[in-house]
Design a protein around this ligand. Structure first.
Ligand SMILES: *Cc1c(COP(=O)(O)O)cnc(C)c1O
Length: 312
């Protein structure tokens, strides 16, 4: 077991649309490893894994989780195989953002493999010995771990519980009695485990689905927790947004935040989070904490795409 490699991330207050909102700056957790992926992969950073030599994961070729896994594997001297269905040819020819930096960290990209076949093999092989208790589930063989898309694993709870405890300590110091926490969701892992830890402390957690619809997000929660009393409350916007597509109002709210708060948020998830705060302004009063989940490397390619499309 190693020491916690992260500092306690600061909480700052900003003004937005005539409101004061607190921001948990998890984007500042460390230089190379920030946001909720640092929280979700914390378990793999602090424990000892004497036999592990390789991590396998899968998902999108632009994903923040893919990049963070490449950082983890580099730190731990593990090989990293990452499976994707497809890679756009423009990206292959001109690597940028998460993809570029993950390759630089030594990621081995495997294109077009049958992901479900690999996933089906992610059960303990006969004789495989887990490096730490409870890890049999994620062990492919004695020296290979599988980490689910976006880090959607029970192991993520270890790091997210630390985030929750930092929030509780701050809440108590400030004597807040009606604190609300809000964060946008992809797999919903961060929002779910936060909600599970904070429900006991009378702090309500709200989230917004960004990758799929409400049903998709509930399915994701269910894979990690049966009991719906721990689920965060899901808020929706009027319009349907497709993940990864460009929307003018998303860019505009992102830019407004950047100019007013001097904080750069991510362009894939955060605009929906702030649009929800704007829409449900009666819920999000002055005891609101927004979790900044990092992801700024992904902005590199998003900003270029926005500039090309809207000639900003
Ligand atoms: C990965 C990510 C999310 C989604 O996190 P989940 O735990 O999958 O819901 C949200 N925001 C940013 C910036 C991310 O990188």
């Amino acid at each position: 077991m190693r020491n916690n490699p992260f500092q306690i991330s600061p909480i700052e207050q900003i003004s937005f649309k005539n409101k004061k909102i607190f921001i948990k700056r998890d984007d500042l957790l460390s230089d190379d490893f920030s946001g909720n992926k640092a929280r979700k992969l914390y378990f793999y950073l602090i424990n000892d894994f004497p036999n592990i030599k390789k991590v396998i994961s899968y998902g999108s070729v632009q994903s923040n989780a893919m990049y963070s896994l490449s950082v983890l594997c580099k730190k731990r001297n593990w090989k990293f195989d990452y499976l994707v269905n497809h890679i756009p040819s423009y990206l292959q020819e001109n690597p940028e953002g998460n993809y570029k930096y993950a390759l630089e960290n030594g990621m081995n990209l495997i294109i077009g493999e049958n992901i479900s076949e690999v996933m089906a093999s992610a059960s303990p092989k006969a004789g495989a010995k887990a490096p730490v208790p409870n890890l049999e589930r994620t062990l492919i063989d004695n020296d290979t771990l599988i980490i689910q898309e976006g880090g959607r694993d029970l192991e993520a709870k270890v790091g997210i519980d630390i985030l929750a405890s930092e929030i509780v300590e701050w809440k108590n110091k400030n004597n807040f009695s009606n604190l609300k926490v809000i964060l946008p969701s992809g797999t919903g892992t961060t929002a779910l485990f936060l909600s599970k830890a904070l429900t006991k402390e009378n702090i309500k957690v709200y989230t917004i689905p960004c990758v799929g619809d409400k049903e998709y997000l509930l399915e994701q929660f269910k894979m990690l927790e049966e009991n719906s009393k721990y689920y965060p409350e899901i808020l929706l916007l009027d319009k349907k947004y497709h993940f990864g597509k460009l929307y003018k109002n998303n860019y505009e709210i992102w830019l407004e935040l950047k100019e007013k708060s001097k904080i750069e948020f991510d362009l894939l998830y955060d605009p929906k989070g702030w649009l929800v705060i704007e829409k449900y302004s009666d819920i999000f009063n002055e005891e609101t904490l927004y979790i900044h989940q990092g992801g700024l490397i992904g902005n590199e390619s998003m900003i270029k795409r926005y500039e090309r499309k809207y000639k900003f």
